[in-house]
Design a protein around this ligand. Structure first.
Ligand SMILES: *Cc1c(COP(=O)(O)O)cnc(C)c1O
Length: 396
């Protein structure tokens, strides 16, 4: 679905034409020299950039400029631009995978475009045609296809970004903007057999709050998390589990959605994640996991290595640290894992809370039955090895 609202400045006759984002106007300027591909897996996430980037600008009187694919390089911006001062900056995180046929594929990319449009709207950035941007991203991926690592689970990470470029200090919505898209090859954050990570539950600093912006992918949501993250790392924890409220409600872990698996008395399993109440970023991986778990229980598919008879009951409901402590004491807390595009599914080994650790039974083995089944299925769908609905799309 295209989200293309008429900009507020567009008026009938006599007024300048406000150009919509038009993929057919794409200008391609290829780099004369190409960079060598990385020869090792041992690179930090996001450090290596590919040869090209996609850039387009919005001006209030002209609308969207012709989009351009050009050699990757620095941007030139007025130092007064609102992105540097008031942070109307939004982004997406998606990945391109290479399928068994050698074709680059994207995973549910329309969902990323819709979320990007919602994020832009939240900070009053100008609207854009989401279908046109996706066409342009596919062109960029096709040009950069040699950068997609062929190893299973490896991918090319895509970072679409919109920044407010209004070059004035007035505290107001940015009526100018730039969309740019950059690419970086990505290995596996966590392998399917990685051990569980330790995470620290933090309630004194909050990531999001009712009426706030935690449900949108805005740059301004992340910097305030860096200090608590640093403090947690000093104590030996690799991520912060963000709590909210006097009842120590769990929201998310780092920049990932959070799930637990709980044994039921009837032998089935409950799979629980916090609800989308505005404090939670509506992750595509989260939504995909919930849909796959439901499909397993409804007999529409069988998740790898999970018996078809094992019913997985999904719940989007409030989850507190006290719930986790109680289930852990009763031996019912079977798994905890974090999900997101970068990690796919990351196992949690222990959760620090008020000076004690809740230790998961899968601490040493990593992903448990449900986490592993999801990880394998999601990675197979992304890589085009397991067709599922219209989730995996080629870049034609
Ligand atoms: C991006 C992000 C996620 C994961 O979303 P996906 O669409 O699954 O990648 C979760 N939480 C936060 C805070 C995020 O920024």
């Amino acid at each position: 679905m295209a989200i293309q609202n008429t900009p507020a400045t567009a008026v009938a006759n006599g007024e300048p034409h406000i150009a919509p984002l038009d993929a057919s106007k794409l200008i391609v300027n290829l780099s004369k020299t190409l960079k060598p591909l990385p020869t090792t897996d041992d690179v930090h996430f996001g450090e290596i950039k590919t040869d090209h980037m996609l850039v387009m600008n919005y001006e209030p009187t002209a609308g969207w400029s012709a989009p351009e694919i050009k050699p990757y390089g620095p941007l030139s911006l007025d130092p007064a631009c609102s992105c540097f001062q008031y942070c109307p900056n939004v982004f997406e995180g998606m990945k391109a995978y290479v399928g068994p046929d050698g074709e680059p594929r994207l995973f549910r990319p329309h969902k990323n475009m819709e979320r990007l449009a919602r994020s832009a709207e939240r900070v009053a950035l100008p609207p854009f045609d989401t279908d046109a941007l996706l066409v342009l991203i596919k062109r960029l991926i096709a040009i950069e296809a040699r950068w997609i690592p062929a190893k299973p689970g490896h991918s090319l990470y895509i970072r679409p970004t919109i920044i407010g470029t209004r070059p004035a200090l007035g505290v107001a919505a940015s009526d100018s903007a730039m969309i740019y898209v950059i690419l970086t090859p990505a290995g596996l954050y966590f392998k399917g057999d990685a051990k569980g990570i330790p995470i620290l539950a933090v309630g004194h600093s909050v990531r999001s709050w009712p009426g706030g912006t935690g449900g949108h992918k805005l740059g301004l949501n992340y910097a305030p998390g860096f200090l608590p993250q640093k403090i947690a790392a000093k104590q030996g924890y690799s991520q912060v589990l963000w709590l909210f409220g006097d009842d120590s409600r769990i929201t998310e872990a780092g920049a990932m959605n959070f799930f637990v698996v709980v044994q039921r008395d009837d032998g089935d399993l409950d799979v629980i994640t916090p609800p989308l109440d505005g404090l939670i970023l509506p992750g595509l991986t989260r939504a995909s996991c919930l849909e796959l778990l439901d499909a397993h229980t409804q007999g529409k598919t069988v998740l790898p290595n999970i018996p078809a008879s094992t019913r997985l009951h999904t719940h989007e409901r409030i989850l507190t640290m006290h719930d986790l402590i109680a289930w852990s004491a009763e031996g019912k807390l079977l798994e905890a894992f974090c999900v997101g595009t970068a990690v796919v599914i990351a196992p949690v080994g222990r959760i620090g809370f008020e000076g004690k650790d809740i230790v998961l039974p899968t601490e040493d083995t990593g992903l448990g039955l449900v986490g592993k089944g999801l990880w394998e299925r999601v990675v197979d769908i992304q890589g085009g090895r397991y067709p599922w609905e219209d989730w995996s799309v080629t870049c034609e």
